[in-house]
Design a binder for this molecule. Structure first.
Ligand SMILES: [Zn+2]
Length: 301
């Protein structure tokens, strides 16, 4: 099966440890501890390796850095992340011995999947902390609690938890035979850049409702038999992609002209030809690749 990037991994999130501040503090400074530094959502890289720092020597931390965020236990290593976004890039590089900052999605194909999952988790959590410094209810400052798994408002004491924005991505099959699936070209995309339909879930919708609405809104198509396939964390910055296969009731489509400019039905032979010509199907690190590959592998015609 095609791997789902950013998911899985071997990290024990050690939920109980989050609620034991003294043990957690001790875990931060063991010889085995590692700290993943991030700067404005980017990884710090030295000699083509993502930098991890030792927990023992935390003197390198610039004074403006927020609380380290506990990620979990990796084997026997307590693992934390620290967000250096409050200092200029040059200072973040100097403090960590890194040579450059790089977006995780540009690195992912050179990483072990477990490492990519840890870095995605760290990135999503650091992003959330940076954007949740004030309470949305009373406006007071918030502070990190439970090792960074939550924040608490200093005014109304409300606890705030990391927000995840779910989105659906769907492979729509044509009714009847031969089997074909619907891909669409987004406004601004290259002439030949066809992708699966996708969109955010709205308040008051089930995931299946969102699949039906997005298919109707974007491509003017009615779908039923909406079937879940797999999901993918997508903390760029706070997404969860939920993948489906759905069956169209008819073949006629009508693009909205704003988000989508063209739709096209592709047979399995068409997709194989595209894969051969382009060297891949879908984004290398995204669940759309898995949905397309799963559909190709399920050949029945
Ligand atoms: Zn508050």
């Amino acid at each position: 099966m095609t791997a789902i990037w950013y998911a899985g991994g071997r990290l024990d999130r050690a939920v109980r440890l989050r609620r034991e501040p003294e043990r957690l503090h001790a875990a931060l400074t063991t010889p085995r501890t590692q700290i993943v530094p991030l700067w404005r959502d980017r990884c710090l890289v030295a000699a083509d390796t993502v930098v991890r720092l030792g927990g023992v020597d935390s003197a390198w931390l610039p004074a403006t850095v927020g609380d380290p965020v506990f990620l979990g236990i990796d084997g026997d290593r307590p693992l934390f992340a620290v967000d250096l976004s409050g200092v200029p890039e040059a200072e973040a590089l100097r403090a960590t011995g890194a040579e450059r900052t790089v977006d995780l999605r540009r690195l992912v194909q050179h990483l072990d999947p477990a490492e990519a999952a840890v870095l995605a988790y760290a990135r999503g959590l650091c992003y959330w902390h940076r954007h949740q410094r004030y309470c949305g209810t009373c406006g007071a400052r918030t502070r990190s609690v439970e090792g960074g798994a939550a924040r608490e408002c200093a005014g109304c004491r409300q606890q705030l938890f990391p927000r995840i924005n779910p989105a659906v991505i769907m492979l729509v099959e044509a009714p009847g035979t031969p089997a074909r699936c619907l891909l669409a070209r987004h406004a601004g995309a290259d002439d030949d850049a066809f992708a699966l339909l996708a969109g955010f879930v709205e308040v008051g919708e089930s995931l299946e409702d969102a699949v039906r609405r997005e298919a109707a809104e974007e491509a003017g198509i009615v779908v039923d038999q909406v079937r879940y396939v797999a999901s993918q964390p997508w903390p760029f910055p706070a997404g969860l992609m939920v993948g489906f296969v759905a069956r169209a009731r008819g073949e006629a489509t009508r693009v909205d002209g704003e988000e989508l400019v063209e739709t096209r039905w592709f047979s399995r032979a068409d997709l194989r030809a595209r894969r051969a010509a382009r060297g891949r199907l879908g984004r290398p690190d995204s669940i759309d690749r898995l949905l397309l590959q799963t559909w190709l592998d399920a050949e029945q015609d």
